[in-house]
Design a protein around this ligand. Sequence first.
Ligand code: NOJ
Ligand code: CA
Length: 691
Amino acid sequence: MRYFILLIAFVFLNSCASPTQSITSPDGKVRVRIDLNKGGLHYAIDFQGKPVVLPSALGFKFAEQPDLLGPFTLQKAERRTKDETWQPVWDFDSKIRNHFNELRLILQEKLEPRRHFNVTFRVYNDGVGFRYEFPKQDAMDTVNIISEETQFHLPGGMAWWIPGSYESYEFLYRHTPLAKIDSANTPVTIELKTGPVISIHEAALYDYAGMTLTHAARDTALFKSKLVPWPDGIKVKTKAPFKTPWRVVMIGARAGDLMESHLIQNLNEPNKIKDTSWIHPVKYVGIWWGMHIGKWTWYYGPKHGATTERTRRYIDFASKHHLDGVLVEGWNKGWETWLKGENVQDYLTPYPDFDLNFLAKYARDKGVYLIGHHETGGNVPAYEAQMDAAFALYERLGIPAVKTGYAGRMHPKGMHHHGQWMVHHYQKVVEVAARHHIMIDAHEPIKDTGISRTWPNFLAREGARGMEYNAWSDGNPPEHTLILPFTRFLSGPMDYTPGIFNLKFDPTGKHRVYTTLAKQLAYYVTLYSPFQMAADLIQNYEHQPAFKFIEDVPVNWDETRVLKAKIGDYLTVARRNGKNWYVGSTTDELARHWKIALDFLKPGQSYKAIIFTDAINTDWVNNPTAIEIGMYKATADDSLCVMLSPSGGQAVEFIAVPENKVKTLQAISRFNQAQKAKIKPFATVKVYGQK
Ligand code: NOJ
Ligand code: CA
């Protein structure tokens, strides 16, 4: 009898796998369970035994086909493990480990039309990715997705989120209980009440609509995917075979773990560009802030910003200060039409006061280059018609990077910035640019989903409320840049455009930048981007000792460690470039101080530490530009005191130097005696306010 039961079980297992499956991360801490018993297909995730995602349904609704919600048969469960280390062309770490356990579920509907599909789960130490794949099959040809029924049933917690707009990510973050989110754009970051910190996002978004999250049931923590529609309401128009982007749950024991994670890139394909010698990180100035503060105009006229003379001065400045490039906005004809209905620009013809050929060569002769600009204003067909020629022009002139923009209402009408049609367009731009050896920085983009692993010429994007909002809106409050690293930046680098020195630029007092100067410097470490601007007017950098930090700070890193972090409150990040380390600390509206052990420095190595920090009398409201700059000797045995004014910061360079050289270092600290007693950057001295 027992033999008979065993035999039956054997036959059953052979024809279909067990309807419950489970898989863990390589370190065993993250576990995914899949369950087909409840009719449909459900998954659940836990981390160190604590629930992260409660049982949540998977499925689809289609326009011309029956819903795909179950019941399903699990025909086969395939497992594999991968452990590789890859080297990005640029990043905040120079070696990235891609280590996961994979479970691929081969599924079929139990009932007619008995469609086939697969769901693949990849479980990493820092989170989970899963995607649907539809093979070619008779029962499915043309596919119009009405709704992707992917659920995220969360155990409750506090979320950092922006609204689920189809056009823009340029909002201030909200911090509410999960149940108060009605719709959100990803990444949405959540401090779960069970302990872990998670972020929900997507990876490898190609030929599909962007995913927002919406409530599946009001006032609960049950969310589902809501895709951005076409004008006719269909979300995705495709054909089998096809696969969806990865749905991703990043998981960390602490907030800093999310910042250190490469999960989103790991879920993308390896680099497709064979020769990457023309791709490199960029530090730049530009004809830009002047337009935002109303001093200059993009369009031709008496206040025109992009004149030959001004651009020449910017090139001279970039060359003198060892920067890579000069962004020029407003050089081409057509800006009169921007934000005035239909944007019609000519991306090939300069305004009469801008000598493009001369300036491109002048820059090259000075060892720098121009950075091009294409503002589509949302008129994508007009841009696509000129795109190839416009990139070819830049390539011919030795202009290796282009900032693109989509500020304005989408044309054709009814299309959305984050829909499938635009996802396809943004991808076309990066591929055409790659053919012309051009790097891209997209403003008003589709969110990053890690595709720069595959297309490393896509250096950076905006896709959040950047510095420009301080120029003309009610501004970015002090905590904004303490939220971005744990939300927007989890998707990839952001062109935030830091480095405003003239923080109270507006004589009327209506607008300003809500930080201290030292915090602006710290951004070069805390806000990672391989396309990093020194955003102020160059005249505000002249004769400013603090500009040395911007000159020195690298835009590419070998290693990154988040040393201290609380979302929305404070942050210290250390990044290594070669032998040198750079440390940036920032705080929200509260003055704070803490100590950082320098044990990440190489033992036995001496460093010259150059510290740029809020002074004792720095006050972001009335005295934001007061900054202390000091030079000290440091080793791994020291600790660093971080003393920050409200909305303040500290930026430190640790330059590896031979021991004998350090001994002769003169302290060039301009701390006065009173400050010296209170602030000593190294903790060998008792720190003011510390118990
Ligand atoms: C919005 C972009 O974010 C900004 O950087 C740019 O200057 C304007 N659009 C004009 O293109
Ligand atoms: Ca913008």
